[in-house]
Design a protein around this ligand. Structure first.
Ligand SMILES: Nc1ncnc2c1ncn2[C@@H]1O[C@H](COP(=O)(O)OP(=O)(O)OP(=O)(O)O)[C@@H](O)[C@H]1O
Ligand SMILES: [Mg+2]
Length: 335
């Protein structure tokens, strides 16, 4: 986890094997024999009800909790062999209660780790502005503010910026957006996805919000009583819940959930050969939607009376979608 300045660096892999944690005075393991391999750059979401061990497992990765059994390696290096300071420099950590230092400005909060690393002033200042930009906070406006002068959502952003400051290769996020309203939460999720795409950081994100998990994850890890119940890509888990517990937790029968995860572009691909119908349906065609819009958005237009929805990309029409296409797309991924 050495320092590095040339362009974005890739995330680290994580390999947890047979990890068990038991808190003192407890009669059962909070984490029980958990094994999980995470690829470099993967976005993992740990999902499960309160008390199932999500936070505990997360904290074993940066050694805030020491497991009673098992091993955890970050990029092949056992976390027990690295000093906690070095380990935590390479791993950003965002928690729900943000934990900004109240007596430090936004810029000083973000600069905490770079200062520990003795970066020079100019480099720290540039990094702070870069991160404020990345989290959609105008540097001139926010740099000098104190945490008490921020809204909940802004404070969360500063928390994310601070965790990213030293270019960590792993980002652990423990219900980071729990305290903000639904709109701000969606915006923060979008920013997290953008940051993930831009930096390639490995992210492990804890939530008990199913929609948040479905929206963010490359792979969802469903936990139950300290164990992994199922792991898989969001659509795959929705379509094939391994147990009644997973099915119930995800409300997997809710077709609307699936529609949210399917893109308009994927549904039109199945009917390119029928594009001649385009003219015939033109008079009841909706305004175009973007190819990356969800099928849920497409369905909503169809329900408003359009017989077909035009799908466009960069101003170019790619094709159309009908009820039939939406239905076919759902059936296809449920195979
Ligand atoms: N410091 C602690 N000392 C003793 N028991 C603890 C401690 N922290 C957590 N526990 C217990 O360990 C279990 C797992 O807790 P953990 O915080 O990992 O759950 P979680 O899945 O993150 O839950 P939540 O969604 O409510 O945050 C729970 O039974 C909890 O009561
Ligand atoms: Mg927790």
């Amino acid at each position: 986890m050495s320092e590095h300045r040339d362009g974005p660096r890739r995330g680290a892999s994580i390999d947890a094997r047979d990890v068990a944690v038991r808190y003192a005075e407890s009669d059962r393991n909070a984490v029980d024999d958990m094994s999980l391999g995470v690829e470099a750059g993967e976005f993992i979401v740990l999902l499960g009800p309160s008390g199932c061990g999500k936070s505990t497992f997360l904290r074993t990765i940066n050694r805030l909790v020491i497991p009673a059994a098992g091993t955890i390696a970050v990029d092949g290096r056992n976390v027990g062999d690295v000093t906690p300071e070095e380990l935590r420099r390479g791993i950003g950590y965002v928690i729900q209660a943000v934990g900004l230092f109240p007596h430090l400005t936004v810029a000083q909060n973000i600069a905490v780790v770079p200062r520990l690393l003795h970066w020079d002033r100019a480099r720290i200042a540039a990094r702070v502005d870069e991160l404020l930009g990345l989290t959609q906070l105008e540097p001139e406006r926010y740099r000098g503010r104190y945490p008490r002068e921020l809204s909940g959502g802004e404070a969360q952003r500063v928390g994310v910026a601070r965790a990213l400051a030293a270019e960590p290769r792993v980002l652990l996020m423990d219900e980071p957006f729990g305290a903000v309203d639904a709109i701000v939460r969606l915006a923060l999720q979008d920013e997290t996805l953008r940051i993930h795409r831009a930096l390639g950081t490995t992210i492990i994100f804890v939530t008990h919000d199913v929609d948040e998990a479905l929206r963010l994850a490359d792979r969802i890890v469903v936990m139950r009583e300290g164990k992994i119940e199922q792991t898989g890509a969001p659509l795959r888990i929705l379509a094939h819940p391994a147990t009644p517990y997973v099915e119930k937790l995800l409300d997997a029968k809710d077709a609307v959930r699936r529609l949210q995860l399917l893109r308009a572009r994927d549904a039109i691909q199945t009917r390119v050969e029928r594009s001649t119908t385009l003219e015939a349906t033109e008079n009841t065609m909706s305004a175009p939607i973007d190819a990356d819009a969800s099928l849920r958005d497409a369905l909503s237009l169809l329900l408003q009376g359009a017989s077909a929805v035009a799908v466009s990309e960069d101003g170019r029409t790619l094709g159309t979608l009908t009820f039939e296409d939406v239905r076919t797309a759902i059936a296809a991924q449920a195979q």
